[in-house]
Design a protein around this ligand. Structure first.
Ligand SMILES: Cc1cc2nc3c(=O)[nH]c(=O)nc-3n(C[C@H](O)[C@H](O)[C@H](O)COP(=O)(O)OP(=O)(O)OC[C@H]3O[C@@H](n4cnc5c(N)ncnc54)[C@H](O)[C@@H]3O)c2cc1C
Length: 296
């Protein structure tokens, strides 16, 4: 059931995940085409846009600050009565319809556009090799596999504390390695290690987490970043050189699933992101109209 705290329905024609220039442009076009859609994002849309000190290559807006452009984008959405629902999507399960979740509540959509940008964070040594062999990105999904075992959580934001608290109730020991300043509501059974991670190691399965000063013997390591890697977000999503593989219509390998913006690979530019967002929305509209025809 959708969370009443957010303005979410149980089902939409289209869900747009990510509220940067790509997601916002997609939403604008979905609105113009009169689709029943939801625009999902994290609290601040978008950090990258705000960080651009001066943008010189956005047609019609010479020498504009990123923050000013961001405000204009948000104002445009407001004018079109488009709301951004602050909801971090942690998994998208393909199907007819797609199911999207934040690990707590679920919504459905007939088509989905991924516009989640890219993360500049590097993978830890051993992360890629041991992914699925003790390394995971969703503690509440995979946690039960490690009942009565020892796990570590590498956390980039306070929201991870809820997942750690859940694991504290089922695992024999939980280590917590925060990559942010202030811990807010961590269960007292959890051992906090304020240290940097050097490596995740193991032969066929995770065996230890190597920190700067010590090694922790663990059965699993959950890495909870702000950005969920696209291939982790959607099971079976085809990637190419670390980006979501799309064609000219911004279709992925999964019917009804589209991608736009930085997440589809270089160039990492505002106009490319916005242009792809618009194209993805129009492709999604065509797909949805096709579905309607099929079901009549
Ligand atoms: C310092 C800096 C300067 C730049 N200068 C320029 C410039 O001058 N000109 C130019 O063309 N480009 C510039 N860029 C690049 C430009 O900002 C990006 O190409 C553009 O923001 C990409 O848009 P996007 O929508 O694909 O992704 P983003 O802007 O990264 O937006 C993605 C959004 O999705 C949200 N999100 C991610 N995962 C989830 C999830 N699982 N659930 C819900 N929401 C999620 C994120 O919080 C974010 O708000 C600059 C970038 C930086 C960092």
């Amino acid at each position: 059931m959708p969370d009443k705290k957010f303005n979410l329905k149980e089902r939409y024609e289209l869900a747009i995940v990510g509220c940067g220039p790509a997601g916002m442009a997609a939403a604008l076009n979905a609105k113009i085409r009169n689709k029943d859609f939801v625009l999902l994002g994290q609290e601040f849309c978008s950090p990258k846009l705000a960080k651009a000190a001066q943008v010189d290559n956005f047609l019609g807006f010479p020498e504009i600050k990123g923050e000013e452009l961001r405000q204009r984008f948000l104002q445009h959405l407001k004018q079109m009565q488009i709301e951004i629902v602050p909801w971090k999507v942690t998994a998208i399960y393909p199907g007819e319809p797609f199911t999207l979740t934040d690990n707590k509540v679920f919504i459905q959509a007939d088509a989905v556009i991924i516009a989640t940008g890219v993360s500049a964070q590097k993978l830890f040594k051993g992360e890629a090799e041991l992914l699925g062999k003790g390394v995971g990105y969703c503690a509440t999904c995979d946690g039960p596999l490690y009942r009565n075992k020892t796990v570590a959580i590498i956390a980039y934001e306070p929201e991870a504390e809820d997942e750690a608290n859940y694991l504290a109730g089922i695992c024999s020991q939980v280590f917590y390695i925060p990559y942010y300043q202030e811990i807010k509501r961590l269960d007292e059974r959890i051992i906090v290690k304020k240290s940097k991670v050097k490596e995740i190691s193991g032969v066929t399965q995770v065996e230890k987490l190597v920190l700067e000063q010590e090694d922790l013997a663990v059965d699993a390591v959950f890495i909870l970043r702000e950005y969920v890697p696209a291939e982790q977000l959607v099971p079976g999503l085809e990637m190419e050189k670390g980006a979501i593989k799309v064609n000219h219509n911004l279709e992925t390998n999964i019917p009804g699933l589209f991608a736009a913006g930085d997440c589809t690979g270089q160039l990492y530019q505002l106009l490319k992101a916005a242009g792809e967002g618009a194209t993805a929305a129009l492709s999604a509209v065509k797909y949805l109209d096709g579905l309607k025809g099929k079901n009549q």
